[in-house]
Design a protein around this ligand. Sequence first.
Ligand code: H79
Length: 443
Amino acid sequence: MTRQRVLILFRPLLTLSIVFALLVLRSTAQSDQPSAANLAARRWFQDGKFGMFIHWGVYSTLQDGEWVMQNRKISIADYEKLPSQFNPEKFNAAEWVALAKSAGMKYITITSKHHDGFVMFDSQVSDWTIVKRTPWKKDPLKLLADECRKQGIHLSFYYSQLDWHNPDYYPRGRTGESAGRSDGGDWDKYLDYQDAQLRELLTNYGEISGIWFDGWWDKPKASWRLDRTYKLIHGLQPQTLIGNNHHQVPNPGEDIQMFEKDLPGRNTAGFNEGEKIGDLPLETAETINTAWGYNFTDDHYKSTRELVQYLVRAAGANANFLLNIGPRPDGTIQPEFVERLHQMGEWLAEYGDSIYGTRGGPIAPHPWGVTTQKGNKIYVHVLEWLDPVLLLPAPANQVTAAYALKDHAKVEFSKSGDRLLLQLPAHSSADFDTVIVLETAPR
Ligand code: H79
């Protein structure tokens, strides 16, 4: 065969493979494949398990939660009187970060802007900021970012997409109807404003672990340009974990899935109706009393026992626990929060091996408790101690040893068919969790 004839024969094939190669290149360039840094951040996030949520803003001055503007139908004109009274002279970033660390928390997620639109950092694209409007004039996010870096805690920012103050948040959504905003505004300009602020947050505060969006549900039909905003974030900091509290299955570009006031798969608070659990790292956020932002009459505190058990149940459901505090307007944190956080830290100092670095265990969560796992260990967390024996589905790998995490005392076990029977160690009613370690052989 002449060279020419070979070429003629193979030309269609050659063209086809070039077209194919170009298509592959194009699809990888356009796909939402997370970067290696982002995947590593997801592992760090899941290993960390426990974070501090902080709701703090100009609403804190009214001591009635972060929805006070909406709930009391306060107009923008009146609400704008608040910043002059916001002078948190007792704010101490080192103390806040140390408190999170003492609780055993690995990251902080703080409100950079809540639904009232008040900007809690030094933004150049707004004059409705803590720096420009308050006598205090400081940027608490900068102070916190510096302190987090010093103390080895990761920092994430909550950002409300909903905005009751910005006139360009128009057409208005399901809330904010009493703010007294004019009937007109430029939605694209609002989205530009939001992107500009995110650029500031991801440029001026060092490494940022996450952006925690909220408020999408105020305008579920709007065009939010999520794609563009998420690309902006990952372009500036590829490892930043994006989550959006929209109570929907995650969108492309999102890195974690969040649940509000419920464990994944549950819907006692009414926010998570039909929310399917996807494959991304999970996180559930909850309050110590009822409110997110400081509320001086809210005395419905959960006990340390309830909070520890919530952390354990979250870990058993393969989810992180983001536990909220609402600091006071003067910058201090109320003793009821501090006490509980310290006690959680004490518990974690003893039992942290069964939480940090684990994933949800092989046995599905039950009312009696949950399982977590790490390496060749399965941790059985008995939260409701009903009987001296516990019958479990036997793990796939053979159990070679069982002992109590508390004192390493041996736990008797026997296998019968596909069941494993554990003789639970004696427990004290003061124990929040009876943790039994099962060591398993490699298959
Ligand atoms: O920041 C905290 C809360 O302020 C914020 N998310 C946590 C982390 C939050 N609070 N409530 N919600 C989110 C959901 C609000 C739902 C409702 Fe509605 C607003 C119920 C009634 C008005 C959205 C709009 C659902 C129905 C109408």
